[in-house]
Design a protein around this ligand. Structure first.
Ligand code: CTP
Ligand code: ZN
Length: 154
């Protein structure tokens, strides 16, 4: 990498979430619970030219690895994202996020009358109908939800 192309510095230990769909880095930051009060260096890059995606976003978090639930949420808003684990400046693990065909645990049904929103101990469950654009259907009430509605819950 040369002086003219370096946009965000490398990190020493932590996680790089790369190939985030253009414009969604701040949603990733919110999912990770990062704000002005949290500790640790965080680098956020928006609208970075990318050969594969045209433009992409990147989030680099020092000193932290992600919980599986956080990775599952990122998959819902940035299905092309890759999660790179960095140790001593080297990429020691690289994984594409993966949208499961059934989503449970991370999303609640937008239909207030749905049995999964009642006092019954029922775990919400959704089937992924299409990934791009993201459309999911509630197992219990067939309510359809799209990416924007899901994002509002995070
Ligand atoms: N990275 C970093 N700090 C490091 C090592 C890597 O911030 N110490 C970042 C790189 O800038 C890149 C991502 O982690 O955004 C993945 O690094 P690498 O696998 O080296 O880059 P590429 O081969 O370009 O990745 P890909 O094939 O996933 O596009
Ligand atoms: Zn429902």
């Amino acid at each position: 990498m040369t002086e003219t192309t370096l946009r965000v510095s490398k990190i020493k230990d932590g996680t790089v979430i790369d190939h985030i769909n253009n414009g969604h880095a701040l949603d990733v930051v919110r999912i990770l619970g990062i704000n002005g009060q949290t500790n640790g260096t965080v680098l956020i890059a928006l609208h970075v030219p990318s050969e594969q995606l045209g433009l992409k976003d990147i989030v680099k978090v020092e000193g932290r690895e992600l919980k599986p639930e956080e990775v599952d949420k990122i998959a819902l808003l940035a299905p092309q994202a890759s999660i790179n684990i960095i140790r001593q400046y080297a990429v020691v693990d690289k994984k594409r996020v993966k949208l499961p065909s059934i989503i449970s645990g991370t999303v609640t049904c937008g239909n207030p009358a749905c049995v999964s929103n009642s006092s019954e101990p029922i775990q919400p469950k959704f089937y992924v109908k299409t990934e791009d654009p993201l459309v999911v259907r509630c197992h219990y009430c067939s309510h359809i939800m799209e990416r924007q509605e899901i994002l509002r819950q995070f």
